[in-house]
Design a protein around this ligand. Structure first.
Ligand SMILES: Cc1ncc(COP(=O)(O)O)c(C=O)c1O
Length: 374
């Protein structure tokens, strides 16, 4: 969708001449896929996260699929995960004919609640799939203490840091990032799986490339695989984007700070939680929860009429038709998640957003909620 000049979009990537040059260089090299840019991007990414291994893949969804397979998830297994996530995290479990078992979220961080997750573990549980939602680090030590394989969905959390200073995705568990255009860095579409173990990387690298081992001949394949490769064009963009990451994260954090000031004092409006206990959010989206009883669709319409894009974000996965029909989920199962999902609204949020734009969004939101008080 093209956006008029006075419209404030929900998201906007930062792309410049360096990305253009990088793409042109790949085009001129003639090696558009399975070339040297893949390894360059992977090495830079692994170094940034302080992990030994990273595998570039075609999307976050593809990365989740391969990471779950690497964790041994198979037909009939269960994977405990969060109902407040993008649908891909649960869908990836279904790809292997395993079952996502949801547990409720923490009302402050909005991440999977470790106690609820522990209670959902049963004899068929093969793995845990916590999601660092909206860039806020999930409590990984608590999940790891349950003694099961952990796969981390870091698709929203590049740049987030755990309380002990470890980067999110840098603990050695298979951890999956996504590079869709609204993410902290983008390659258009794309993803990365980090892990601490070269054997896991070898498996992921093979399965992303039709099941081919590195020492095998052309068109010789020793296991089932997929085409989940990321092209050299995308990897070249990713390497440049990664160099810009600190700047873009700082810009996002500054925009979030403006939002906090501009939205202060609106009765009943819940803002994203502040960083706590040493953990640091890598800002991805600015999601507020509207005051109870507010008509969210009407708010979205009122903002749209004033040139401001916004979106209900995120719906509860267990209440989507596919999950209701397949697993019989109903309202009331995960009350914290359902309340958050019913009231959440993503506001425009991107690195180049100006303070004036933030103030305009805040003023219009305040106005549409009928609250003019500062
Ligand atoms: C939490 C989460 N998981 C998984 C994905 C899937 O990533 P992709 O769109 O790159 O497949 C996303 C993408 O938005 C996400 O936000």
């Amino acid at each position: 969708m093209s956006v008029g000049t006075n419209v404030i979009p929900l998201a906007q990537p930062v792309l410049g001449p360096e990305e253009e040059e990088a793409v042109v260089a790949v085009l001129r090299s003639g090696q558009l896929s399975l070339g040297p840019r893949v390894g360059e991007f992977e090495e830079a990414f692994a170094e940034r996260l302080g992990v030994p291994c990273a595998s570039a893949v075609s999307s976050g969804t593809a990365g989740l699929h391969l990471a779950l397979r690497a964790a041994g998830v198979q037909d009939g297994d269960e994977v405990v995960t969060s109902p407040l996530s993008f649908v891909a995290s649960a869908n990836a479990v279904l790809f292997e004919r395993a079952r996502p078992v949801f547990a409720d979220i923490d009302p402050v961080t909005l991440n999977l609640d470790p106690a609820a997750a522990a209670a959902a573990v049963g004899p068929r549980t093969k793995a845990l799939l916590p999601v660092h939602i909206f860039g806020y680090p999930a409590d990984l030590p608590a999940f790891e203490a349950l003694g099961l394989p952990v796969v981390e969905d870091c698709c929203q959390s590049l740049g987030s840091v755990h309380a002990d200073g470890t980067p999110v995705g840098g603990r050695g568990n298979p951890s999956v990032f996504g590079f869709y255009a609204n993410k902290q860095i983008t390659t258009g579409e794309g993803g990365m799986v980090t892990c601490g173990d070269p054997a896991t990387k070898e498996r992921i690298d093979s399965e992303r490339n039709q099941g081919r081992a590195p020492d095998m001949g052309w068109l010789d394949h020793d296991r089932l695989g997929f085409n989940y490769r990321l092209s050299d064009i995308a990897c070249a963009i990713g390497t440049v984007q990664l160099r810009r990451l600190d700047g873009m994260l700082a810009d996002r954090a500054r925009v979030a700070g403006w939002y906090r000031e501009a939205l202060a004092g609106i009765e009943g409006l819940t803002l994203p939680c502040e960083d706590g206990g040493g953990a640091r959010r890598g800002w991805f989206v600015f999601v507020v929860q509207l005051p109870p009883g507010v008509d969210r669709d009407a708010t979205v319409r009122a903002l749209a009429e004033r040139g401001i894009q916004s979106k209900p974000y995120l719906p509860a996965i267990h209440l989507m038709s596919l999950y209701r029909e397949r697993f019989g989920h109903r309202e009331g199962e995960f009350p914290v998640c359902e309340d958050v999902a019913a009231r959440s609204l993503a506001l425009p949020f991107f690195p180049a957003m100006s303070e004036g734009q933030v103030e305009r969004v805040a003023a219009e939101l305040r106005d549409s909620l009928g609250s003019r008080a500062a």
